[in-house]
Ligand binder design. Structure first.
Ligand SMILES: *Cc1c(COP(=O)(O)O)cnc(C)c1O
Length: 354
């Protein structure tokens, strides 16, 4: 070991899902949206005048902040935008989780949380989900340095009712509670209405899933003006110009077309409900998803083998080699046609296994 290595901040990085790029692949592994962004996004991109790129973007990202504030009926001072919700969450961890007491998040959850905790040297504890993969509210009502959980949770797909979220927020007046609502548009209750009442509650959202824009990198947070101010202070002490001109313009276009947004989300929900029937009939079981993915297991198959077999056919799903969930696959809801190909594969697989 070199001497300087003793002073290196060492972290075990987050492992993102594979991003293969094959012409005919069916990509159901990173919860992207199979439908294109709103037509206005494409139109704005075509009209975009590159001359404006000479100039730095607005560091406050005002056009996007204002569009989001109007959309969610909150004040612009209650909105923070970042480079995907990963950026927003990292800033939130840095800003709010500075207690010596451990922060709390579920043992089975978004696997980036422990990575940020390590990176920012935040102590943490991970209360276990119950046997049905549910978050146990009472586990979050003890002394802690902050709370974060996704609702719906990932990769389990289960949503918590608003009444339970409210119990956690109400029970933690002395710390910041973050609800990561990456998948909330697919049928769960949002805790957004609670931000007016609880100034320590931060809601985090993303354009990556329900808005079909994972490639542009937009995430945002909504909370009290105080929380947002503290996040902005940290952001401006780190990197002021996080949102580029193109992103700001296209983000606003997406927000404008609410009809398209709703239509896309409805299509995915309907495909998901159909997938529950088809997969159920094939003997798979899964929590009752309120997200754009299903977390499936089968009594006769090894998840890892099925994952590999699918991959050979260029059908990508996500497998986590982790305790308690290593016989599950997380399958993103694709188009009806993509899902049909997936079911077809499973029928053939079942015949071979027999
Ligand atoms: C996908 C996801 C994110 C991050 O999404 P971005 O693409 O960075 O906006 C955050 N939290 C959860 C739970 C997710 O599934």
């Amino acid at each position: 070991m070199r001497t300087w290595e003793a002073n290196v901040r060492k972290v075990t990085p987050y492992t993102p899902g594979e991003q293969p790029n094959k012409p005919k692949m069916i990509k159901l592994n990173t919860n992207e949206n199979p439908y294109p962004p709103a037509p206005g996004v494409q139109a704005a991109l075509k009209e975009f005048d590159a001359d404006c790129l000479r100039l730095y973007p607005d560091p406050a990202a005002s056009v996007l902040v204002e569009a989001l504030a109007a959309y969610h009926k909150v004040k612009p001072e209650q909105v923070f935008v970042g480079v995907g919700s990963d950026d927003v969450l990292a800033i939130a961890f840095m800003t709010f989780f500075n207690s010596k007491k451990p922060i709390l998040f579920p043992d089975i959850s978004y696997s980036f949380y422990p990575v940020w905790a390590e990176e920012f040297q935040i102590p943490y504890e991970t209360p276990a989900l119950d046997a049905d993969f549910r978050i146990r509210t009472e586990d979050y009502l003890r002394e802690n340095g902050g709370v974060i959980f996704p609702n719906p949770n990932a990769p389990t797909s289960l949503a918590m009712p608003l009444s339970e979220v409210k119990k956690i927020v109400r029970g933690n007046p002395d710390v910041v509670v973050i609800v990561d609502e990456a998948y909330v548009d697919f049928g769960a209750d949002s805790a957004l209405e609670l931000v007016q009442q609880y100034d320590n509650l931060l809601i985090v959202r993303t354009f990556s899933k329900s808005r079909s824009m994972a490639g542009i990198r937009i995430g945002y947070a909504i909370g009290s003006p105080m929380l947002i101010k503290y996040m902005n202070d940290v952001k401006y002490s780190f990197n002021s110009y996080t949102m580029n001109q193109v992103t700001l313009r296209l983000g606003v276009e997406s927000i404008k077309d609410d009809a398209y947004f709703r239509e896309t989300v409805e299509k995915i929900i309907s495909t998901r409900e159909h997938a529950k029937e088809v997969l159920g009939q094939m003997g798979f079981s899964f929590p009752d998803s309120k997200s754009n993915f299903l977390f499936i297991t089968h009594p006769e198959y090894q998840a890892k083998e099925l994952f590999e077999a699918l991959k050979k056919e260029d059908i990508y799903v996500r497998y986590f080699s982790l305790p308690k969930i290593d016989n599950y696959l997380r399958v993103t809801i694709g188009t009806e046609a993509q899902m049909e190909t997936f079911y077809e594969f499973l029928r053939t697989y079942a015949d071979k296994e027999r």
